[in-house]
Design a protein around this ligand. Structure first.
Ligand SMILES: NC(=O)c1ccc[n+]([C@@H]2O[C@H](COP(=O)([O-])OP(=O)(O)OC[C@H]3O[C@@H](n4cnc5c(N)ncnc54)[C@H](O)[C@@H]3O)[C@@H](O)[C@H]2O)c1
Ligand SMILES: [Zn+2]
Ligand SMILES: [Zn+2]
Length: 364
């Protein structure tokens, strides 16, 4: 099959057509990918100076058509339209029974997509090929466990809906599932890429009273204003912490979100959030964050929490977000600024490095 591959020699990605796929095991499905977005987490892995998990196919915001199913697969058949989710939720493990779906044991292989016996269904020239973030969505086919594929209605436009897979699950989920932002709350969102904009959309869905946003890139601030932000800050001109406190009558925001993966922003969130407020780490840095833990976490009962894929259960949340899109409450179309053929994956990564547009969707 064809795939955009990060080889052991690393950048740039090369599009090859000789990746071999095994037949699906009993609970696996083979999905012919039609569309897959580019997320900053893919770029972080591509730009990593050294990785042991190569060669690898990245891309984890994917959708397509079921091509083949293993003999124990019950929910899906060939020809089904599916959205893929990087994290499956089995429903019965230690975490799933506690409704901590994004921590499901079946998803804990998400960095490489390796099966429990340490093998990969993909190979090239005798070498294993990893499926980054559990999917390998920049390949023509993905071999995934049944739990990573969610059947959607036959009329679902995958070229639009694919952004639910990561950006929307992560951003809207961080608001509705992880933080559980309540009506009338005040929110600060720092970083306005596909993830931050989805947090803005989540805050709007939650009926937050104030959605304060901050990003040094002017075009990203413009996007946020179109998606429902109420107060727009440029961190190069404004003191975002002071302004957020001022805009909330000296109290501080109820919820602050870091959507850039930056330790300064997490500290800023802790400063800008009110006594008893919550700072949510959504941005994902790969290197350790240097972060002083302020003593006021105790005296002010401030909370610092992480959010993985918006604490989503794809089987609940993908249909839920599609339904919100169908009724006009969630805007997916405006999130997609570029469409490119898979051959232009490196141009899409360049756009992300330069914060050009908002989200690129690659097409097969
Ligand atoms: N937690 C999760 O499950 C999860 C899932 C997907 C992505 N992520 C992470 O979320 C982050 C955002 O991803 P994305 O795809 O939206 O990336 P992106 O590159 O499109 O957007 C990041 C934005 O942050 C802005 N930014 C940089 N420094 C800033 C600052 N000091 N103040 C305010 N804004 C600043 C950039 O200008 C850019 O607009 C990445 O770290 C990514 O790895 C996390
Ligand atoms: Zn992502
Ligand atoms: Zn589970």
């Amino acid at each position: 099959m064809r795939a955009a591959l990060l080889e052991k020699t690393q950048q740039p990605l090369v599009v090859v057509d000789d990746v071999e796929i095994e037949d699906p095991r009993s609970k696996d499905v083979v999905v012919k990918i039609s569309h897959c977005g580019i997320c900053h987490s893919d770029l972080t892995m591509v730009d990593l100076p050294a990785s042991e998990q190569l060669p690898c196919i990245y891309g984890h915001e994917a959708a397509g058509i079921v091509e083949e199913v293993g003999n124990a697969v019950t929910r899906l058949t060939r020809g089904d339209k599916v959205m893929l989710t990087p994290l499956p939720s089995c429903g019965t493990c230690y975490y799933c029974v506690r409704s901590e779906f994004s921590l499901c044991v079946d998803g804990q292989n998400f960095m490489t997509g390796m099966r429990s016996d340490g093998t990969s269904p993909l190979s090239r020239g005798g070498d294993s090929v990893f499926q980054g973030f559990g999917l390998g969505g920049w390949g023509e086919y993905a071999v995934v466990s049944e739990g990573r594929a969610i059947k959607v209605d036959a009329d679902t436009p995958l070229e639009i809906a694919c952004v639910i897979g990561c950006a929307v699950q992560t951003g809207v989920g961080a608001v509705l599932n992880t933080a559980k932002v309540e009506e009338g709350a005040t929110v600060l969102v720092m970083g306005l890429g596909g993830i931050g904009i989805s947090i803005v959309q989540g805050a709007r869905l939650a009926n937050a009273a104030r959605i304060i946003v901050s990003d040094p890139v002017a075009s990203r601030r413009d996007y946020a204003s179109n998606f429902g932000a109420t107060d727009i800050l440029d961190p190069e001109q404004d003191d975002a912490v002071a302004r957020a406190i001022e805009l909330t009558g000296g109290i501080g925001v109820d919820y602050a979100f870091d959507a850039a993966g930056n330790s300064q922003l997490i500290s800023d969130g802790l400063q800008a959030s009110r006594i008893g407020g919550t700072t949510v780490m959504v941005g994902a840095a790969i290197t350790p964050l240097e972060l002083p833990i302020p003593a006021m976490l105790v005296t002010h009962e401030k909370k610092l929490i992480g959010s993985l894929l918006g604490s989503c259960n794809g089987h609940r949340d993908v249909p839920r977000f599609l339904a919100l899109w169908r009724k006009g409450a969630l805007d997916l179309e405006s999130m997609i600024s570029h469409r490119r053929p898979i051959e232009d994956v490196n141009l899409g990564l360049d756009d992300m490095r330069a914060s050009r547009g908002l989200r690129t969707v690659l097409e097969f």
